[in-house]
Design a protein around this ligand. Structure first.
Ligand code: SF4
Ligand code: SF4
Length: 391
């Protein structure tokens, strides 16, 4: 057993959203910095500004800082309405602090912030910056799992190579593991920044390996669906989906929420995504991000020996956490997703791409079927053998 601890892991790979404990504050911004030790009273700008002085703050406790550009803010309240965990509230300005006496947004509970940037994305004035600060390693000193056997790793490398060669994939197939609470952890870097689960999948398809405990996940929806945390009330009720104009009424929102699978809160300690060829732990699901034609061959590979038709579960909601990961994970069946608002809005995934999640137990069948299809069907189809000559 490898007794190395995660506290000794190498420096994570460079990231697009650099995290800095000392990032300078723009003087135009009013910065509000609160810590976990002295929680502010909610709903009072006065208390927040006192906490903003940073008394008793420790770098480990600080996670995110919300900066409002007061010169741009028009006090519309959208940031407070859209924040899924009620970090932001519209508060009366402290007496004498502002000539405009209308309620203004304040980060009343920044210790709850997920860094999801929903507030910044919804602000019509571009008046919000979400600044990532130093976080703590929740797995410090925790024993690590032994590495995969050479035989197992070779298996994944072979699958990856066949998938890429037969389908002509541009991106790496991704190995997904949900680490049950208390299980040993693989030697996979924890990113400095918070990412949405879908963003981590997109990064893995480009070659990154990421292990994300709850405090590295930026999407409250995906994080609670995958069992790392409890679900915020605004999401459990469906209320937030109405604000996004994704559904017509609260009944529809509650139905959408109720029909999707969701793991019990805090039964999962971390999500791990890596290129399949560099898996560090046995995956439960393999994700392929590809064009419809390539996904079609995967479905045909899966049913090559059985001839069964697939009952797919796609909705346009929770594409990566539910449709690509949790459905294959919980049902043992392959599932296809067309993507969703979240993953398309927060990643560079092309409009021509879709997603499939394949349970590990089905991979032998899929690969064997794909190899058979490659002998004739795939080649003939791609050669367009029935296309009439163009005049
Ligand atoms: S959404 Fe933007 S403009 Fe509206 S209150 Fe919040 S910071 Fe101000
Ligand atoms: S980043 Fe997300 S959780 Fe944090 S204040 Fe903005 S909306 Fe709320």
């Amino acid at each position: 057993m490898n007794t190395k601890t995660l506290g000794e892991k190498p420096t994570p790979e460079p990231t697009s959203r650099e995290v800095s404990e000392t990032e300078p504050t723009n003087s135009e911004y009013s910065s509000i910095l609160v810590n976990n030790v002295e929680k502010p009273q909610r709903g009072s700008g006065e208390n927040i500004d006192q906490s903003a002085q940073g008394s008793g703050s420790t770098p480990e406790a600080v996670r995110y800082r919300i900066d409002f550009d007061r010169s741009r803010c028009v006090r519309c309240g959208l940031c407070a309405a859209f924040c899924p965990v009620e970090v932001i509230r519209m508060c009366e300005p402290p007496q004498g602090a502002d000539s405009d006496t209308r309620p203004r947004p304040e980060a009343v509970a920044p210790e709850l912030c997920w860094g999801c940037e929903t507030c910044a994305g919804q602000c019509p004035q571009g008046a919000i910056k979400v600044i990532a600060l130093a976080g703590r390693d929740p797995f410090k000193n925790r024993p690590m799992a032994p590495p995969l056997t050479t035989e197992e790793l070779h298996q994944y490398q072979e699958w990856s190579q066949i998938l890429k060669e037969v389908l002509g994939l541009r991106w790496e197939p991704v190995a997904i593991s949900l680490i049950p609470a208390g299980d040993p952890l693989p030697d996979v870097p924890i990113p400095e920044e918070r990412l949405r689960y879908c963003q981590s999948l997109m990064a893995a398809r480009r070659g990154r390996s990421l292990m994300m405990p709850a405090n590295r996940h930026a999407c409250p929806d995906g994080t609670s669906i995958l069992g790392l945390t409890a679900m915020p009330a605004k999401l459990a009720s469906g209320e937030l989906y109405l604000l996004f104009h994704k559904l017509d009424n609260i009944e529809a929102a509650q139905r959408m929420v109720g029909e999707r699978p969701c793991l019990e809160a805090r039964t999962i300690d971390a999500t791990v995504v890596t290129p399949l060829a560099r898996a560090a732990v046995t995956p439960q699901v393999i994700a392929v991000i590809a064009q419809p034609e390539q996904i079609m061959w995967l479905l045909m590979g899966s049913s090559y020996y059985s001839g069964h038709r697939h009952e797919l579960h796609a909705s346009g909601y929770n594409a990566q956490c539910v449709e690509t990961t949790l459905l294959p994970y919980t049902t043992g069946k392959l599932n296809v997703s067309l993507g969703c608002y979240g993953c398309r809005a927060s990643s560079d995934v092309g409009d021509d791409l879709m997603f499939v999640g394949i349970p590990l137990a089905q991979m032998d069948t899929v690969i064997a079927g794909l190899k058979e299809l490659d002998k004739k069907a795939i080649r003939q189809s791609r050669a367009k053998i029935y296309l009439p000559p163009m005049v």
